[in-house]
Structure formats: C-alpha cells, structure tokens
Design a protein around this ligand. Structure first.
Ligand SMILES: Cc1cc2nc3c(=O)[nH]c(=O)nc-3n(C[C@H](O)[C@H](O)[C@H](O)COP(=O)(O)OP(=O)(O)OC[C@H]3O[C@@H](n4cnc5c(N)ncnc54)[C@H](O)[C@@H]3O)c2cc1C
Length: 284
C-alpha cells in the first residue's frame, strides 16, 4: 500500500516547525528519522496533508556534557548513542540498550526523540530514561518546559507533549561513583521488539542495593517502575530470601497484557527472570 498524498516542508528552525504545526494543526505530522512514521503512512494508519521534516535542525542533534547531565538532542540517531564515548562513560545503560533496538539499518535512521515522542511501550529508550530519572526538554509556542520522565509517559503512544509541541532533547544525570546499570530484554529474534525488557540502575556498596530503579518495557501501556520489588530489594543486605520476596512482589504488582505470541503469565515469568539477572549483574 502507498501513503495518501501530502505536502512536504523541511523546517529551517524550531520556530519554523512550531509555526507550521500551529498553522496546520492535526493535518501536519513531524518527520524525524521516519522509521515509524513512514510505515504508518504507507499503511494509511495516518493520513496527514503535510509532513514537517525537522531533520535539518542541527542544534537538536548531538550529545553534550552540560553540568551534571548528559544532554542528547532529539534528532540524535540511535546509532550515535550506541557508539558515543560520552554515553559509554556517563550513561552506560543507554549504550547497553542501543543494540537491542531493531536492526542496524533502522538504528542508522531512527532518532531518540522520535522514539520518546512516539512512546511505544515496547521501546527501549522510554524505559531507560525512566530508570535514569531523565528529563524531557519540550519546545512550544510558549517557550521551553521540562518534564520528568516519570511524568512524561501517559499511556499507550501517549505523552505529556501537547498539540503543537516538539521534543527538543532528553537529559540524563551523569553516572555517579558506585552507580551500576543493567539492561536486558527477551525477544523472539534479536532485533524484534522485546516481549519483556528491563532497564535498571542502582548504587551498590558491596552488600546492599541503594536508590534502585527497575523500569520494565513491554509489560504494560507505558514503561513501568516496579516499586514494590525495588523497596524489598534495597531494604537490607542482599540475600536469597530478599530476592525471593522481591520476586513475589514483582509478580503481584505487574499486570501485563497478553500479546499475539505470549500470555500474561509468560510475560510475568520473563519479567521475574530479567529482574533476577539484573540483580546479579548489579551486585557482582
Ligand atoms: C522493523 C522495525 C523494527 C523496530 N524495532 C524497534 C525496537 O526494537 N525498539 C525500538 O525502540 N524501536 C523500534 N523501531 C522504531 C524505531 O526505533 C524508530 O526509529 C523510532 O520509534 C522513531 O524514531 P524516528 O526518528 O524514526 O521517528 P519518526 O518515525 O520520524 O516519528 C515517529 C513519531 O514521533 C513523532 N516525532 C518524531 N520526532 C519528534 C519530536 N522531536 N518531537 C515531537 N514528535 C516527534 C512523529 O511525528 C511521529 O508521530 C522499529 C522500527 C521498525 C521499522
């Protein structure tokens, strides 16, 4: 199938893109890497009359150290994050997660901003940004506003972005001494969307996990923290009894949907397996 006809404008500045969105409203769509949007146009799931290509906004591309955070422009491609020495040093969770995103050809084109704005609950970046307690930088007609990752993902393909707003960047805190990250997922084939996945960060003092954040992907309508399991795992020195209690809490708090290939029970089992693996990685 082919897309319906549309006009195309390459935005010259963020202001230009915002003005086009204000003028055309719901008839316009933002084009970043095109890896999700073009497929939905070709399937006629979306039939905009105007595409606003933001790919030329150079200020929204790249990875920079800014004080205590790593700022990643919305137009930074997945592969640039995968290969960035700054990311490897200051946010290794992102470097670990990147190779799980689709295939190389898609990572060469897809952008972090496109992934976060689209908010697919099976995507890797939303869970990572939640685990890292990141901040989303949003531009709109009224200027810039910042939203914590915990408040950004509202549900299935739904975010705090209002009509006419654009995601300009994401910021994540720099890795601190003693901090450890772990990312893993289970999928039918490498490159497929995850059936279940986990982005985790903690501080490990040799006996106890601190400030633990477990952010699951593909287990609900948005990336999900497992707060009950987190609380039990860091309530004292780590041992088998504590891990078993957290396992039980996790199974009680997660309520995944079945998908085309996996039951809710199978997904819960996968989540529990990922948590045990992450705890081992974070504590050894
Ligand atoms: C076969 C296949 C497999 C894939 N597997 C995975 C996977 O395993 N994991 C994964 O995470 N992703 C996967 N993807 C999706 C891929 O990572 C996309 O690149 C990503 O989801 C969207 O980024 P994009 O830059 O291509 O956005 P686009 O396709 O250009 O845009 C996506 C949506 O976001 C909006 N948008 C884009 N940028 C902005 C912005 N800055 N501000 C506001 N709105 C914006 C667009 O209007 C559109 O609605 C897969 C895609 C394909 C085709």
């Amino acid at each position: 199938m082919k897309s319906s006809a549309f006009d195309y404008v390459r935005a010259e500045s963020p202001q230009h893109a915002l003005a086009l969105l204000a003028q055309h409203g719901d008839d316009a769509r933002i084009l970043a890497g095109g890896q999700t949007l073009l497929a939905s146009l070709n399937l006629r799931l979306s039939q905009p009359t105007l595409l606003v290509d933001i790919g030329g906004l150079a200020d929204w591309r790249g990875i920079t150290l800014q004080g205590s955070v790593l700022r990643i422009g919305a137009l930074t491609r997945h592969v640039e994050i995968e290969e960035s020495p700054l990311v490897a040093l200051h946010a290794p969770l992102l470097a670990q997660a990147a190779p799980h995103i689709a295939h190389r050809a898609i990572r060469n084109m897809g952008t972090v901003g496109g992934s976060l704005a689209y908010a697919d609950p099976a995507a890797e970046w939303p869970a990572c940004v939640l685990a890292l307690d990141g901040t989303l930088v949003i531009h709109g007609a009224a200027g810039e506003r910042r939203v914590a990752a915990a408040d950004f993902f509202h549900g299935l393909y739904s975010t705090a972005l209002q009509e006419g707003e654009l995601l300009a960047a994401v910021e994540v805190p720099l890795l601190q001494p003693g901090e450890r990250h772990a990312f893993d997922e289970l999928s039918r084939r490498h490159g497929d969307y995850a059936v279940a996945g986990l982005a985790a960060r903690t501080r490990w003092d040799g006996r106890t996990l601190h400030d633990l954040r477990l952010a699951f992907l593909s287990l609900g309508d948005r990336p999900l923290r497992a707060r009950g399991a987190e609380a039990l795992l860091q309530a004292g020195p780590l041992d088998e009894a504590r891990i078993a209690a957290a396992d039980a809490a996790l199974r009680a708090e997660l309520q995944p949907f079945a998908d085309l290939t996996h039951s809710a029970a199978a997904k819960t089992q996968m989540a529990a397996t990922l948590m045990r693996r992450a705890v081992r990685t974070l504590s050894t």
